[in-house]
Design a protein around this ligand. Structure first.
Ligand SMILES: *[C@@H]1O[C@H](CO)[C@@H](O)[C@H](O)[C@H]1NC(C)=O
Ligand SMILES: *[C@@H]1O[C@H](CO)[C@@H](O)[C@H](O)[C@H]1NC(C)=O
Ligand SMILES: *[C@@H]1O[C@H](CO)[C@@H](O)[C@H](O)[C@H]1NC(C)=O
Ligand SMILES: *[C@@H]1O[C@H](CO)[C@@H](O)[C@H](O)[C@H]1NC(C)=O
Ligand SMILES: *[C@@H]1O[C@H](CO)[C@@H](O)[C@H](O)[C@H]1NC(C)=O
Ligand SMILES: *[C@@H]1O[C@H](CO)[C@@H](O)[C@H](O)[C@H]1NC(C)=O
Ligand SMILES: *[C@@H]1O[C@H](CO)[C@@H](O)[C@H](O)[C@H]1NC(C)=O
Length: 321
């Protein structure tokens, strides 16, 4: 953290105060140059937008990478849908990503747009295709609503759940996708469970997935006491909420913290204690009932604050100094 130079991030810190977008889409625009109207680069993005949605939605892992065009106008792209997405929402979401990228990051050679159900990124930089490369501006999102439960107990439960879900995604899922729920009724009867999800690019090795998520879990402190939060990156992401926001049963279940445990040292149930549910197919069967009280609209009312990770690094640096 100390190696980050604060002044270069001041402009980004101002962006921190901008209101969040009304719709549930979060762009991360590249800063390495623009293309021009009617250029070969633009045509290559158009070509990708015509095929990548179907390639992603028809892939068993809901993932596609592609390179289109010849140097120096080659565009590299990737699209990944959430592990529980069905093919129709996946294809629609990826297609929307290309449309929105043109609006949200006009003429930017590199852009990533994140949604609830997918993300889409493209760049002139070939490292985007590599399962260990391609950072393109990671985002932290938090629900602006505070929890009503004691914050320490809540944070401890969230931290343990996210870690267990991340471990499961890396080590116990061939698609690098996991969902988990933790009991919380011993602390908050009104909101008795916490739900989480973790996902990596499905072409990542377990160790790379684990280290990507481990790095992100160190930022969970920035979601302290918030009803929901997520970290979005090109290689991995996680999210938690106090309501079920994914389709299908949770792959992992953690017990509620025991009553009377000191909140500051709430025991972090380890993945070993987890009760895995029998593995479910990544593609949830059509006709599965929607999760009660969940769905993709849950982030609308409360408002979500987005910050980019370099800003967090700057905040950390300023705390350390
Ligand atoms: C790219 O375009 C944006 C908006 O159109 C502009 O703000 C930015 O300065 C341009 N960047 C470069 C490197 O030309
Ligand atoms: C989509 O898949 C088809 C068939 O595998 C392939 O020929 C095509 O290049 C892919 N398109 C992209 C943009 O990846
Ligand atoms: C491509 O991206 C990688 C990783 O983000 C970066 O290290 C490298 O400098 C970039 N290359 C170019 C030509 O911008
Ligand atoms: C949440 O708590 C923080 C810190 O205690 C406070 O500044 C903020 O206004 C609260 N947010 C809401 C929506 O109540
Ligand atoms: C979760 O994992 C991170 C990174 O590996 C670690 O720093 C943190 O202490 C863990 N948190 C809990 C509650 O286990
Ligand atoms: C995950 O896989 C590891 C190693 O393959 C195994 O030891 C562990 O019990 C599994 N955990 C769950 C929750 O299935
Ligand atoms: C696909 O998922 C979306 C979003 O969860 C849902 O609204 C839609 O009904 C699903 N379609 C099918 C065919 O299951």
């Amino acid at each position: 953290m100390a190696s980050h130079h604060l002044p270069s991030y001041l402009a980004l810190i101002l962006a921190f105060h901008l209101p969040p977008l009304a719709a549930s889409q979060w762009p991360s625009c590249g800063k390495n140059g623009n293309f021009t109207t009617n250029s070969a680069y633009q045509a290559n993005i158009q070509a990708l937008s015509a095929t990548l949605p179907n390639n992603a939605s028809s892939s068993p892992t809901l993932f596609a990478v592609a390179a289109v065009g010849t140097r120096p106008d080659t565009v590299y792209a990737l699209a990944l849908c959430r592990g529980d997405a069905n093919a129709s929402i996946c294809g629609y979401c990826v297609s929307q990503g290309f449309t929105d990228a043109q609006k949200l990051c006009p003429y930017s050679k590199a852009a990533t747009v994140y949604y609830d159900h997918c993300y889409v990124g493209f760049s002139s930089n070939q490292t985007l295709l590599s399962p260990t490369g391609g950072d393109n501006g990671d985002l932290i999102l938090t629900n602006q609503q505070n929890v009503t439960a004691p914050v320490r107990a809540f944070d401890a439960a969230v931290g343990a759940l996210i870690n267990a879900t991340a471990d499961y995604a890396a080590d116990n899922s061939s698609s690098r996708f996991a969902t988990g729920e933790a009991g919380f009724e011993t602390v908050d009867k009104a909101k008795p469970k916490i739900y989480s999800l973790a996902q990596c690019r499905p072409d990542m090795a377990p160790a790379d997935c684990r280290s990507c998520l481990a790095e992100f879990t160190t930022y969970v402190q920035f979601m302290s006491g918030k009803q929901g939060g997520r970290i979005l990156g090109l290689r991995c992401n996680y999210r938690y909420e106090q309501y079920p926001f994914y389709t299908g049963p949770s792959l992992l279940q953690l017990p509620a913290p025991s009553i009377g445990a000191p909140p500051s040292q709430a025991p972090a149930p380890t993945p070993v204690n987890a009760t895995p549910i029998s593995p479910m197919p990544v593609d949830v069967a059509p006709g599965s009932p929607p999760p009660p009280g969940g769905g993709s609209t849950g982030n609308g009312a409360a408002g979500i604050l987005a910050i980019t990770l370099p800003i967090v690094a700057a905040i950390l640096a300023s705390v350390v100094i």
